[in-house]
Design a binder for this molecule. Structure first.
Ligand SMILES: *Cc1c(COP(=O)(O)O)cnc(C)c1O
Length: 426
């Protein structure tokens, strides 16, 4: 599918007068249409809820939009819980799916009334000692081990993943939790990341639904909710076919009717914890070409760097790039598009065929709406960019300002680093 930016060249030319590059731009209209489609795709399930994976895009403005459609928050750290709390998203609207969890985070999650999703059998005792009880509602994360294959080569290796209970531990865990007073049980699993196929959720649902039936038969424990977690992917490459959430919802519906309904488990609520699918395609990184360099290769130096978008540097991930105003020009130049970090992997694209780029051209790096800004870091003292929301009516709003040197140095409590500096804030 041809990848087109959600913003026009005219709009962007206006935006950069107001917001200096680089910045992440988000598409409110796209986010709303998508969350509405997600809601409809699972409307057949009475208890359905999407818990937005806050780590994907921890911005209160974005989370609030999703919450309007009933989305809760999937949190796994103190500050993610704080963000949810600050937005008034509390109680069973929070899924606390953490691992290697510090005690104070279990305490805070419990105070908020969050659903706690345990990552390990030893956390049963740890939780009980930490909060003085076992909550009535509790969930466990399952890791089947081995290799998990969905379809045509889409697979991962749960055996190498640090998460979850083994099957034996899971059965033992539920038995212990029931004995300690738990009354409502959840089952969770996350087996493959960024799946660009409509088959992943249905395949995972089948695995978990069959397991829920087995748990009922062997332990006489009724699972109340099954959490398919994240992993629904984004078509980052133009040759990929984007996932169809309606087909995914129908696929889960089908196995639900085949497996859970006949087993008397037709009241089970289906939960999801999607991050990438909820916001990934509805964000982009806007950056400007600053330098061109001709050595053994052709380089375009832009004003963003891997500190603003780590995925290409970290995973060699593909992010599509549009040179604004040259959407229909032939892609007859081969470039490495690079940032300024003193790290040779700071490249948004390698050997990418693009139209001829001139200094001052605006580049849109696509699909940065999830795990984009959020994975930012401060290496080389590079600062976080701003985040801007392009609203439905075409106006824009700054939803996070850019970091300043003052922010960057703020943790030197015992050394006022800015005091004797000749740096001018303007
Ligand atoms: C990261 C994560 C998610 C979201 O994953 P996506 O790939 O962004 O959908 C959901 N649940 C848990 C526990 C996670 O760690």
């Amino acid at each position: 599918m041809k990848k087109e930016p959600f913003v026009t060249n005219e709009q962007l030319t206006e935006l950069v007068k107001q917001f200096p590059t680089p910045f992440h731009l988000y598409d409110e209209k796209g986010i709303r249409a998508n969350v509405q489609a997600v809601k409809e795709a699972f409307s057949w399930n009475r208890g359905y809820r999407e818990y937005f994976a806050v780590k994907a895009e921890p911005n209160p403005f974005i989370i609030r939009i999703l919450n309007e459609y009933g989305c809760g928050c999937d949190c796994s750290s103190m500050t993610e819980l704080m963000l949810s709390d600050a937005l008034g998203i509390r109680g069973e609207q929070i899924m606390f799916s953490s691992n290697d969890t510090p005690p104070e985070e279990f305490q805070y999650a419990d105070r908020l009334g969050a659903i706690i999703n345990l990552d390990d059998i030893t956390h049963i005792d740890f939780l009980e000692q930490t909060i003085g009880k076992i909550p009535e509602t509790i969930s466990c994360r399952y890791n089947p081990g081995g290799v998990y294959e969905v379809s045509n080569g889409i697979m991962d290796n749960p055996q190498d993943a640090k998460y979850g209970f083994t099957k034996e531990q899971l059965f033992e865990g539920y038995r212990i939790l029931k004995q300690k007073g738990a009354k409502r049980f959840g089952l969770h699993s996350f087996l493959v990341s960024n799946t660009v196929t409509n088959d992943y959720y249905p395949a995972l649902a089948k695995t978990l639904f069959e397991l829920a039936v087995e748990i009922k038969e062997k332990l006489d424990i009724t699972i109340s909710f099954i959490n398919l977690s994240g992993g629904v992917g984004v078509a980052y490459r133009p040759e990929e076919q984007p996932n169809d959430i309606r087909a995914i919802g129908e696929g889960v519906h089908k196995v639900f009717d085949e497996i859970l309904v006949p087993a008397g488990l037709g009241d089970v609520a289906v939960f999801t914890e999607m991050g990438r699918f909820m916001t990934g395609p509805y964000g982009c990184l806007v950056t400007k070409a600053v330098h061109e360099k001709h050595t053994y290769k052709e380089y375009i130096g832009v004003d963003a760097c891997a500190a603003n978008l780590m995925r290409p540097a970290m995973y060699g991930a593909y992010h599509h790039i549009t040179v604004m105003g040259k959407e229909d020009a032939p892609c007859d130049h081969k470039y490495d598009i690079v940032g300024s970090l003193c790290e040779n992997n700071d490249k948004f694209a390698v050997d990418r065929m693009l139209p001829e780029i001139e200094k001052g051209d605006l580049l849109v790096i696509h699909d940065t709406g999830a795990h984009g800004f959020a994975m930012g870091y401060n290496y080389n003292g590079r600062l976080w960019s701003a985040e801007v929301l392009l609203k439905e009516d075409g106006t824009s709003e700054l939803i996070r300002r850019a970091q300043t040197p003052k922010d960057y140095f703020a943790t030197f409590d015992c050394f006022d680093i800015l005091k004797d500096m000749k740096y001018d804030e303007t």
